[in-house]
Design a protein around this ligand. Structure first.
Ligand code: DGL
Length: 265
């Protein structure tokens, strides 16, 4: 008997960047991915609302007998991880902030780390706290880059508009005399904009996202016995067509809209 699928959720398609890394790391596992597309974005909502949405999304996954839960959303990880772990102590519940912060601290040569994320993630301070816990001497600069979420959801990964936005958000750090040595993409929507961001920040800098480190941490927690058929079930709270079109670009493989089940939380 297999142990059940691994549940993964995000406010939209951003968490598919994490699902992609999880599938690479755990190719035999079965997954259920839920994108709460009807209520996206989470990043402009209050902590209480994000917590409530995250609990509802996780509840929907738990009712499908998941053996582990991955909060593939930095905003929800920052505000709801403790509540989710307390609600389901019998299964591993993993977020993306701690693994991302740990990767940044490992990669940063001089401890000069910049973090970009949604308004709520930056205001909540989860990255700042996690980095300072691991590397108390670090200089941490942060910036909310909420428009990146809309650009990524729109599939505008490499447009002139996206480049203008990236320049407006980031140029002062990187054109200045003391640029950070590491940039954390503290939102699961941002890795698809990495090529564009790289053009603004240059080649020297370490660009960190939490997808592969989160996958490694979960694989470690689950141990070697993860079996299944390598299947993925896709759930969304709205817009199967759009989820499939944009989502396939995050996932790196085509997604059939007919395979996206619309659920109500
Ligand atoms: N992908 C989510 C994150 O990592 C945020 C996107 C949103 O604002 O909903 O924070």
């Amino acid at each position: 008997m297999t142990a059940g699928p691994i549940g993964v959720f995000d406010s939209g398609v951003g968490g598919l960047t994490v699902l992609r890394a999880l599938r690479e790391r755990l190719p035999d596992a079965d997954f259920v991915y839920l994108g709460d597309t009807a209520r996206l974005p989470y990043g402009t909502k209050s902590p209480d609302t994000v917590r409530r949405y995250a609990l509802q999304a996780a509840e929907a996954l738990r009712s499908r007998q998941v053996q582990a839960l991955v909060v593939a959303c930095n905003t929800a990880s920052g505000f709801a991880l403790d509540a989710l772990a307390a609600r389901w102590p019998e299964i591993p519940v993993e977020g993306v902030v701690e693994p991302g912060a740990a990767a940044a601290c490992r990669r940063s040569a001089h401890g000069d780390i910049a973090v970009i994320g949604t308004e709520a993630t930056i205001r909540g301070g989860a990255y700042q706290d996690a980095i300072r816990r691991l590397r108390p001497d670090a200089r941490v600069r942060v910036r909310a880059c909420s428009v990146f979420v809309a650009l990524a959801e729109e599939g505008w990964f490499d447009s002139p508009a996206a480049e203008a936005v990236a320049r407006a958000y980031l140029a002062d750090w990187f054109d200045g005399p003391e640029p950070p040595d590491t940039l954390v993409l503290g939102c699961t929507h941002f890795p698809v904009l990495a090529g564009l961001i790289r053009r603004i920040v240059g080649d020297e800098l370490a660009l960190v996202d939490s997808a592969s480190t989160t996958a490694a941490v979960l694989a470690e927690r689950l141990g070697p016995q993860v079996d299944g058929g390598g299947s993925v079930t896709f759930l969304a709270t709205d817009g199967a067509e759009r989820f499939a079109t944009v989502g396939s670009r995050f996932l790196g493989t085509p997604l059939d809209p007919a395979a996206v089940e619309i659920v109500d939380l």
